[in-house]
Design a protein around this ligand. Structure first.
Ligand SMILES: [Zn+2]
Ligand SMILES: [Zn+2]
Length: 388
């Protein structure tokens, strides 16, 4: 079965909305213009609108026909990335160092398409809750909405989210139960030694030498401490120290990220990082401060809800296009935190183009807007069927 006809008829409008958002990207918690546009459309379509949830978040509430009590949340993220766009698109970013390089402009347009369709048809019995989330890109927008009592104020029995996937062929949907995306920590390690002249190292406690050795040792955590049948990544992505050729600095810093699919593994990595750092501090007579921050939870799709997405997606893109035997991704997604509060599932939607998300040349295929909106709408209509 194809897209829902009525949603297909919105394609031009959804594309125009998407291009406008794309040309005016806003990063996490700065989505003032974006959330204003979202709120205006929802209001225009007769949907109850709540703004300022978790900062710049917007929630729309729509009751269907009938008196059904089930409530289902659909979520889209709205934020862009702090990077330059390198495309020649007519709707490319007009703001320096701001780019919708993850396609959240598309996610926002998709959920608007679903909202318009459901508001026009109301062919369901229950309540649809449209959650437009700020700050997905590592700034904790989902947690901000949760802390703002998202699900106490707008209770949901189940929730669904999606992400565009240029690594999947057009019209393919990937969905499966269990861990789908990794939990992530960000860390900063500060080594404080004692500086001296570069020619007189015996007067120093050199933090640079410690940083180099510690960076190597941290790589033994994944290879020597984690069960090889489980997955983890520890990447040191920043090293900062020094300012001159002949000065041993006082301080050196390492920073990076840890990813894993279980909380046990995540805790083990953190514990080993602290233990190894403490050992280095003692051995080299320096101080080492290890700051590890839990940024993303492990995203776990609930089995029953993954099956619901599978059925809805098969309705829209056809059975052969729904991939259920797909490997999890080592990337992270803060919808994971919402899924810890309310059961649900998260799926990927393939599209034209092969440049990965977060690449300056990433291009979202507008063809997915009606597809995503149709799948979301089918979830609502199949889970809360209208009573005749
Ligand atoms: Zn992203
Ligand atoms: Zn994203």
């Amino acid at each position: 079965m194809p897209n829902i006809d009525l949603i297909d008829s919105y394609a031009e409008q959804l594309t125009a909305i998407r291009h406008d958002l794309h040309a005016h990207p806003e990063i996490g918690f700065e989505e003032h213009r974006t959330s204003g546009i979202v709120a205006d459309y929802l209001q225009k379509w007769g949907i109850e609108v709540h703004r300022g949830i978790g900062g710049t978040g917007v929630v729309g509430v729509l009751k269907g026909n009938g008196s059904g009590s089930r409530r289902i949340g659909l979520r889209a993220d709205m934020d862009a990335l702090p990077m330059e766009e390198k495309t020649n698109l007519g709707w490319r970013s007009t703001i320096p160092n701001r780019f919708h390089g993850c396609g959240h402009d598309g996610h926002t347009a998709i959920l608007l398409g679903t909202a318009r369709y459901l508001a026009e048809t109301r062919n369901f019995d229950g309540t649809a809750v449209f959650i437009f989330q700020p700050a997905e890109e590592g700034l904790g927008g989902a947690r901000a909405m949760l802390a703002d009592k998202l699900f106490e104020r707008f209770p949901c029995d189940e929730i669904y989210g999606l992400h565009n996937a240029p690594d999947l062929d057009p019209n393919k949907v990937a969905i499966f139960a269990g861990p789908g995306m990794a939990g992530a920590d960000f860390f900063d390690i500060t080594i404080t030694g004692y500086g001296s002249h570069g020619a007189m190292p015996e007067r120093s406690r050199d933090p640079v030498v410690v940083a180099m050795a510690l960076g190597q040792s941290l790589q033994t955590i994944v290879s020597r401490n984690i069960n090889p049948l489980k997955s983890a990544v520890l990447s040191i992505t920043q090293i900062h120290a020094g300012s001159a050729y002949n000065v041993i600095p006082n301080e050196a810093k390492l920073a990076g990220t840890v990813r894993a699919f279980s909380d046990d593994v995540r805790e083990k990595v953190r514990e080993r990082m602290r233990t190894i750092a403490a050992g280095f501090a003692a051995a080299y007579q320096v101080e080492i401060d290890v700051n590890i921050r839990d940024i993303f939870s492990v995203l776990i799709n609930h089995e029953a809800h993954a099956a619901i997405v599978t059925d809805a997606a098969r309705d829209v893109v056809g059975e052969g296009n729904v991939l259920t035997a797909v490997r999890p991704k080592m990337g992270s997604e803060d919808f994971a935190d919402m899924l810890q509060a309310v059961p649900g599932a998260y799926f990927w939607l393939g599209h034209e183009g092969s440049v990965p998300v977060h690449n300056p040349g990433f291009i979202l295929d507008d063809g997915i807007l009606p597809v995503g909106a149709s799948i979301f709408a089918r979830i609502i209509e199949s889970r809360m069927p209208a009573t005749l």
